[in-house]
Write a protein that binds this ligand. Structure first.
Ligand code: SAM
Length: 329
């Protein structure tokens, strides 16, 4: 088991398949992009599957989420998903994506064994999308979402980040759009993980504000904590149900005490937290000949040192040197 010194057990593995992305969402990276990881530094598909297999078969991982960067850009994605879904015991296999390319890939991914997707959608307005993501791709995202639903990758979850003066007027339209299509919407508080270090606490749209915006148009009742479990989203039943909306208050309502996540970066580093300042290098160990026992031991030791909380609200908080796109969101 991957247990830390506070008794939390990591069962949910987030694996970044690439740090590259075809969008430039301003809360994540600058318009000109970043210095991408060199190709030789990325884990190969075989290396990824080897580590995921150790996680699932030896260390109690029950859910594997592929992310990035943009995971649909990884050419071996179908192969990686197929091999993950074939593990015994079978983990829950999901994908966090911006949806571009999903119109083509949703059905093959479902056939490969993918269970569900989270698609990021911050706006329904083409001009706002262009301003926020610096690319004119809203139609592709909406097509991707529809294809995911049609392929049965359910529940299709939608992630939205609201930014003041950019898309904070869209909380209600976004929820309506999702309710009408049976998607589960989650608003995520903007976190200090952008490569430009432009995040300002005072500028962030808080969970309280998001709920106030939604309550102007919907009746929201807190869902039972049992339903929430270790999931980061606080869930609310909308207009008597059964639909729900989630708010992920990573900054103002941290859920570190219930965290069950561990991350593997595209270059093979184990991270205990999005905000960790330390990593454990499984790629170097693997490439210098470590066997599965040793890799499992290193991974277990890395998780043991997980801190109690991310400390974003602490005055001494330091933003991690890697941006979200390089960690895997
Ligand atoms: N490219 C994929 C996507 O767009 O979903 C996967 C990677 S992306 C980093 C994963 C999620 O992180 C997205 O929902 C995105 O909106 C969110 N995200 C990125 N930067 C963020 C930030 N600074 N604060 C909060 N969420 C962020």
């Amino acid at each position: 088991m991957l247990q830390d010194s506070f008794g939390r057990v990591a069962t949910d593995l987030r694996v970044s398949l690439t740090d590259r992305c075809n969008l430039r969402c301003s809360y994540c990276m600058p318009p000109e992009g970043l210095d991408w990881l060199p190709k030789a530094g990325l884990l190969t598909a075989d290396e990824i599957v080897r580590l995921v297999t150790i996680g699932v078969e030896r260390l109690g991982i029950t859910e594997v989420r592929y992310t990035g960067g943009e995971p649909l850009l990884r050419r071996e994605l179908l192969d990686i998903v197929t091999r993950t879904a074939a593990l015994d015991p079978t983990p829950q296999v999901s994908l966090t994506t911006n949806g571009i390319g999903l119109a083509r890939l949703a059905a093959p991914l479902a056939a490969a064994g993918l269970h569900r997707v989270n698609v990021s959608l911050d706006t329904l307005d083409r001009e706002t999308f262009k301003r926020l993501a610096h690319r004119d791709r809203l139609a592709d995202v909406l097509d991707g979402l529809a294809a995911a639903e049609a392929a049965g990758l359910r529940p299709v979850k939608v992630n939205a980040v609201l930014m003041r003066g950019v898309n904070d007027h869209e909380a209600v339209p976004l929820l309506r759009h999702c309710l009408e299509r049976g998607y589960e919407l989650r608003f995520i508080e903007q976190m200090p993980l952008d490569a430009q270090h432009g995040w300002r606490r005072d500028d962030m749209i808080t969970a309280d504000e998001i709920l106030a915006l939604l309550k102007e148009s919907f009746d929201l009742a807190p869902d039972s904590p049992v339903e929430r479990g270790s999931a980061p989203a606080e869930l609310f039943v909308v207009d008597g149900g059964p639909a729900r909306v989630g708010v992920i208050g990573s900054v103002t309502r941290p859920f570190c005490g219930a965290c069950d996540r561990v991350r593997l970066t595209a270059d093979g580093q184990i991270r205990n937290c999005l905000f960790a300042t330390e990593e454990s290098d499984l790629r170097a160990a693997m490439r210098s000949g470590a066997g599965d026992d040793e890799l499992a031991e290193r991974w277990t030791a890395a998780v043991r040192g997980k801190r109690a909380g991310h400390g974003i609200d602490d005055p001494a908080f330091l933003q991690p040197s890697r941006p979200m796109s390089a960690i895997g969101g």
